[in-house]
Ligand binder design. Structure first.
Ligand code: UTP
Length: 594
């Protein structure tokens, strides 16, 4: 093949020769003669150049990685062969006790050395929302979007530092989410964050692979099939952008990784960071108790001779691994009904020094895997092209004997409730006994976490009965929104709330640092909203709130099907209306009593 006839660009000629040397003649075999379709050819070469530059090791590296992993998959190499699963090193923070308070205080003191990393490149196909997931309100009493809530948490972290400085916020986007994420930040004035504290990294698609020989798959003559590479791309981007080293140089000691729709996550972060600091964990997975067999990866310590790694093992691999090794009955419950292997929710606290070291060693390509669907038992042909993937939680696969991975277990609804499924699928999941993980359950759990804070502070909380809205369970109250500005830790809530009672479908919203409640009662269905700007010190004492509050109004079928109904309501099946909430707003510095 005469490469000079394909392109005059010398860089492209080098790339083509590399591809030919790696068995990719088919990409060029059907090319038209020079002068025919030259524009399309140029676009094809540009797209390959782009991928070549964005993947460490280039396309040649990708093809070589693919061949190796495909050979292992075809040979059915068991990734956990020879490993014995054991319970991981776990800190149990499922109860709000002195141990919890200790770690929380330690973590809060460490906010100034922490950066938050949000992976937000996912398509959200299961939810089917037309915008980005980050723009969806996590709660519809006040319509706070996930992105606004996360930004408020970062600002609240900053406000609690001895010497306040912005918390670096790294957002990974993809082609599907990049433009809308930027628009959301810009139109909302960066949600009060400083533009310089936000670092946007964009993940690229990778080429699909047609067969075990690593031939890149073509969609048409001049177009590769491209597919997502997974959220593990964040590690590669931290390396290629140089951002990991930069943040390390700025004194950041821990990175906290969160996902796009988990409004609960910041509840657990202070204590989880505290655990990482005290235990010296290089990698700390925030986890929840898991029922054996539940469709959620289990965290296990895998031991082979002197090698030990603590890893997420997918639930469908965990049971066979246990049966083949230590437990002929598979994954069995302990006396509390939980598996010995806590559930992974993909919230990670990673120590910066070890992270930078590993990125340098691996160029950020973290434990890629391939999952081809074979056409038949010979495992030679695929039903459709496959691709290499990577998951952020697989980082410990690259740990050596000196790196320590551990697990911190929290109450599930305190730290995790995601919005992943559309309303129909969520109802079907609930009917089948599984978690719906929908807009409605995420909102219901968001209020629940607020109630947990009040109860921990000693307020009497009488919850309403669970209802089904569009076949999805929702607890209508009390709906409690303790804004990040009000409190970032349980200790703060305890300091600011004394006694009192809240019942049924009542609502309480507290927004502002210097608000305190003493023996305040909010009766079923009533609502109290207090908003205090900086410098306004508000004490509500001995109040009994009785009003028409906010009301949950299920959407009619016509409203559910109407494009005039905002999509964020259609994905839940209800709206919340303000009937006569008591709203007290203090915009000037001063001392106020209610
Ligand atoms: P999800 O499991 O929610 O997947 O990803 P998804 O791709 O967003 O949604 P579905 O599966 O299409 O319905 C968990 C987290 O990882 C991010 C998501 O944005 C979410 O925060 N993610 C996922 C990425 O950043 N990049 C990816 O390639 C995949």
């Amino acid at each position: 093949m005469d490469i000079r006839k394909l392109t005059k660009n010398s860089n492209e000629q080098v790339l083509i020769s590399e591809l030919l040397a790696n068995g990719q003649e088919h990409l060029f075999a059907e090319w038209d003669a020079p002068g025919v379709n030259d524009n399309v050819k140029a676009a094809f070469l540009q797209s390959m150049t782009h991928i070549n530059e964005s993947y460490p090791g280039g396309l040649a590296g990708y093809i070589s990685n693919a061949r190796k992993l495909l050979a292992e998959a075809a040979a059915e190499t068991n990734p956990f062969g020879g490993f014995i699963p054991e319970q991981p090193d776990t800190v149990d923070l499922t109860r709000f006790n002195a141990e919890y308070d200790h770690y929380e205080a330690l973590g809060q003191a460490h906010f100034s050395k922490t950066a938050v990393v949000l992976v937000a490149g996912g398509l959200g196909e299961r939810l089917g929302y037309s915008g980005i997931k980050l723009d969806i309100p996590v709660e519809t009493t006040r319509n706070t979007s996930y992105l606004a809530h996360y930004a408020a948490c970062l600002k609240a972290m900053e406000a609690r530092m001895e010497n306040p400085k912005p918390v670096p916020f790294v957002i990974m986007v993809s082609e599907d989410t990049n433009a809308k994420t930027r628009v959301s930040l810009e139109t909302n004035n960066w949600f009060g964050l400083k533009k310089e504290q936000v670092h946007i990294l964009k993940q690229e698609l990778v080429p699909a692979i047609a067969d075990n020989d690593g031939h890149l798959a073509l969609e048409e003559k001049y177009k590769l099939i491209l597919k997502p590479h997974g959220h593990g791309d964040i590690h590669m981007l931290f390396h290629t952008s140089g951002l990991a080293s930069k943040l390390h140089g700025q004194g950041i000691e821990h990175l906290v990784f969160i996902q796009d729709t988990n409004g609960q996550v910041f509840n657990a972060l202070p204590a989880a960071i505290g655990v990482s600091v005290e235990k010296g964990f290089d990698f700390n997975s925030i986890a929840v108790n898991r029922i054996p067999g539940e469709a959620c990866g289990g965290l296990a310590k895998l031991v082979k001779g002197s090698t030990e790694i603590t890893l997420n093992v997918e639930y469908n691999q965990l049971d066979p691994l246990l049966r083949a090794t230590v437990s002929p009955e598979g994954d069995i419950p302990n006396t509390h009904g939980f598996s010995m292997f806590p559930g992974n929710i993909n919230v990670l606290v990673i120590k910066m020094t070890s992270y930078v070291r590993i990125l340098e060693r691996t160029r950020g390509i973290i434990a890629e895997f391939v999952n081809p669907k074979y056409a038949d038992a010979t495992r030679t042909a695929f039903k459709s092209p496959t691709r290499l993937e990577t998951m952020m939680q697989d980082l410990p696969k690259l740990f050596g004997p000196d790196e320590k991975a551990g697990v911190t277990v929290f109450d599930r609804r305190w730290c995790f409730s995601a919005n992943k499924n559309n309303i129909k699928d969520a109802a079907a999941k609930h009917a089948a006994g599984g978690p719906p993980e929908s807009g409605a359950t995420a909102e219901s759990d968001f209020y629940l976490a607020g109630r947990m804070k009040l109860a921990a502070a000693g307020m009497a909380v009488v919850p309403a009965n669970e209802e089904l809205i569009c076949g999805i369970p929702f607890t209508p109250g009390p709906r409690v929104l303790l804004r990040p500005s009000f409190a970032m830790t349980l200790a703060e809530v305890r300091e600011k709330i004394k006694g009192g009672k809240i019942s049924g479908e009542a609502t309480l919203i507290l927004d502002g640092k210097d608000i305190s409640l003493e023996n305040v009662e909010i009766t079923d269905g009533s609502a109290l909203v207090i908003k205090a700007s900086n410098g306004a010190k508000v004490t509500a004492s001995g109040l009994k709130i009785e009003n028409d509050g906010f009301e949950i109004v299920p959407l009619t079928e016509a409203e559910r099907n109407s494009v005039d109904t905002p999509e964020y309501l259609r994905i839940r099946g209800y709206r919340i209306e303000n009937r006569a909430a008591k709203v007290c707003e203090f915009t000037q510095p001063g001392t106020y009593t209610l």
